[in-house]
Design a protein around this ligand. Structure first.
Ligand code: T5A
Ligand code: NA
Length: 223
């Protein structure tokens, strides 16, 4: 039976090194003649992605629910192409996915208070149910001190320490849930140098980059 490509998601807080590690992983796979493709969410190039981009840069205001659904729609518009790529035998490395969607939205606080959530966890998860499920999620775990030292947070909407702390809490719940439903969630210490982190990432993905035999699972389809 021909194997399909593996669907590898890289997640983590802002500045944890996701894009850096994803790009290096792609290069290593290509150097090893293993067909692979890099995608990222939000995909800011589509019409929906452009609305998200403008929101993240605070150039536009959107209702919190509306923007959550746009992030999800941005994944759905690429879902078919993800499946086709995997079926063709190509590995996909995906820089952020539905897990960021839940973590960032379900950690929002009610305006003028310190209490959250503004948006209920299960409400946040619902629009992503049924998307192609990752075969493995690598969570790059960075401490606030190290993230801050990497040039500090930039100008974008969520790049603030309070936000990141709450996001981290929700990511822990997501991790438990992914593992509970049989998914693979691998925590990697991302405070180390780029090279050290890549070593661990490579060791982790090595076993699946040769391809996967089973079907592409659907995300949280049991719920
Ligand atoms: N979002 C996203 C939602 O709210 N809902 C959703 O559904 C989704 C998908 C934009 C925002 O959107 C939110 C989450 C985000 O707030 P983005 O476009 O992925 O998401 O964010 P970016 O700003 O592009 O990426 P990050 O800030 O998260 O950074 P990365 O990719 O984690 O880090 P990277 O690789 O760019 O590295 C950052 C810096 O650190 C250095 C790099 O050279 C770079 O300068 N660096 C290291 N330095 C030392 N040691 C290492 N190990 C290093 N690794 C990287
Ligand atoms: Na990034």
């Amino acid at each position: 039976m021909t194997k399909r490509g593996a669907f590898i998601v890289i997640e983590g807080l802002d500045r944890s090194g996701k894009s850096t590690q994803a790009a290096t992983l792609l290069k290593r796979l290509q150097d090893a003649q293993s067909p692979a493709k890099l995608i990222n969410f939000p995909d800011r190039t589509t019409a929906i992605g452009k609305m998200i981009d403008s929101y993240l840069r605070s150039e536009s205001e959107l209702d919190d629910r509306a923007v959550h659904l746009l992030f999800s729609a941005n994944r759905w518009e690429l879902a078919k192409s993800i499946e086709e790529t995997l079926q063709s035998g190509e590995t996909i490395i995906c820089d952020r996915y539905a897990f960021s969607g839940i973590a960032f939205s379900a950690s929002k606080i009610r305006p003028g208070t310190n209490s959250y959530p503004l948006l209920d966890y299960s409400w946040c998860r619902a629009p992503d149910v049924g998307l192609p499920a990752p075969d493995m999620t690598i969570f790059l775990d960075v401490t606030q001190e190290v993230a801050r030292a990497r040039g500090g947070y930039g100008e974008e909407r969520y790049e603030k320490e309070g936000v990141q702390r709450r996001v981290r809490d929700v990511f822990e719940r997501v991790a438990e849930e992914v593992e509970g439903s049989g998914g693979r969630w691998v925590l990697v210490n991302a405070d180390e140098s780029e090279e050290e982190v890549q070593k661990v990432v490579w060791d982790t993905v090595k076993e699946i980059i040769g391809g996967i035999e089973g079907p592409i699972e659907k995300l949280w389809d049991d719920k």
